[in-house]
Design a protein around this ligand. Structure first.
Ligand code: C5P
Length: 415
């Protein structure tokens, strides 16, 4: 981070106090920091404290003519190597999503041609509100990167997703952006079972648009796929997580590629190859609307519904499991079934060319879809193993440990 120029935009949330510690960490690593506070931000931390810590005048007002003459918001926007918004409040994210520019912070965000990394922080209900979900989808599509939010106790006394990520997590994301491996992680990773291995994981549902406001999707939460990515990173792997739309925070130390549709997921997955292990845990929509309507479909005066023609989506697991130079040495698929679980899963393993299939019963009574626990059967060429019920985190740790083991055996067999 030595010599990098970070433009920090501080929004108006309780978490703004963390920005002071964050600036200190950035400066310690040799970055130069310029801070802009929104009006709300300046209610929580003073421009003076930020000026002292950054050793640069902290800016607040678009119409401060003197600063405009000296700096200009366009120049400010262009001079940085990276723009970080922390805390990114629901209001600030909404303004960014809609391209509003009514103060210095938002004008800079609209004028910048640099990567923007936003660190959301808000009450859990605000985070879950459909308006925020829409804004996040827009911002992701615009290429904004995110760290957090995290789950936990909030200043308002509620518990849930919405806490601002800690400075270390933001620093790790910045280091990844600048292509620097966090020293602690790389040292810690050496000697771990998956150190030096690349692991690719798909997670979450896909959303297939019907028209600009409607889509086909399913109940996948992404909990299992995200747990697998975390488990792989904890074993020292270099992990790419290709995720459909989920409300989960990005796992730490993992490269996350966000997608919406099955086609986008396939492209992102192929772009992430080569990999040593691929685990397809995403619940990819099997079909998409054959003709996506450009305008919102209207109700018919006679009350009849439109008929929807569906087209098959590409099968990502089958595509990457096909023999090729780029085929990962271990390809694992998931089978979510409501009946004839084992038989269907065995058939799927052969049909799709996967090495292993993790079969789980997703009958509504099991709570596996969207829940925190799961019960699976591991289907390999050697047969079926019944695993006891456990949390998705435990299942992920166990599966990755097995995968690391299998990989070392494949390797020693080849040597
Ligand atoms: O055929 P089915 O959807 O039941 O297969 C489930 C497995 O296949 C999962 O591992 C899932 O991630 C993967 N899959 C895929 N692309 C699809 C459909 C399923 O990768 N289009």
């Amino acid at each position: 981070m030595q010599g990098k120029r970070i433009l920090l935009i501080v929004g108006g949330g309780v978490a703004a106090y963390k920005s002071l510690e964050f600036v200190r960490c950035l400066k310690e690593r040799g970055a130069s920091v310029r801070a802009i506070l929104t009006k709300g931000g300046a209610e929580f931390v003073t421009p003076l404290s930020l000026s002292v810590l950054t050793e640069e005048k902290a800016l607040t007002d678009l119409f401060d003519l003197k600063d405009e003459a000296e700096i200009g918001h366009i120049r400010l926007a262009r001079e940085a190597d990276l723009v970080v918004v922390a805390p990114a409040t629901a209001d600030l994210l909404a303004k960014m999503a809609h391209g509003l520019a009514d103060d210095l912070a938002t004008a800079v965000l609209l004028a910048t041609d640099k990567q923007v990394l936003a660190v959301p922080a808000m009450n859990v209900r605000m985070w879950e509100h459909p308006a925020t979900r829409r804004n996040m989808a827009t911002l992701r599509a615009d290429g904004i990167a995110f760290v957090g939010p995290e789950e936990g106790e909030m200043a308002c006394g509620e518990y849930g997703l919405g806490r601002m990520a800690e400075p270390e997590a933001i620093l790790a994301a910045i280091e990844r952006f600048f292509g620097e491996k966090p020293v602690a992680t790389s040292l810690r990773a050496r000697g771990m079972p998956l150190y030096g291995r690349k692991v690719l994981i798909t997670s979450g549902p896909t959303q297939e648009p019907i028209d600009p406001v409607r889509y086909i999707a399913n109940r996948s939460s992404g909990k299992q796929g995200h747990a697998l990515a975390r488990a792989a990173a904890e074993l020292g792997a270099e992990v790419t997580l290709v995720s459909g739309p989920v409300t989960l925070p990005d796992p730490e130390g993992v490269k996350v590629v966000r997608v919406d549709t099955a086609h986008e997921m396939l492209a992102a997955t192929l772009a992430a190859l080569p990999a040593d292990i691929a685990i397809c845990a995403a619940a990819v929509a099997d079909w998409r609307a054959a003709d996506e309507a450009l305008q919102k479909l209207k109700k018919q005066p006679d009350g009849s519904g439109p008929s929807l023609k569906l087209a098959a989506n590409p099968d990502i697991l089958a595509t990457i499991a096909k023999p090729s130079e780029n085929r990962p040495r271990l390809v694992v698929g998931f089978a979510a079934e409501t009946e004839n679980l084992i038989e269907n899963a065995k058939g799927k393993r052969l049909r799709k060319g996967a090495d292993w299939i993790v079969a789980n019963d997703v009958w509504p009574g099991t709570g596996a879809m969207g829940g925190d626990r799961t019960q699976v059967h591991l289907i390999t060429s050697a047969g079926v193993e019944d695993w006891p019920p456990m949390s998705k985190d435990e299942m992920a740790a166990r599966l990755l440990a097995r995968a690391a083991d299998a990989l070392s055996q494949i390797r020693s067999a080849a040597e």
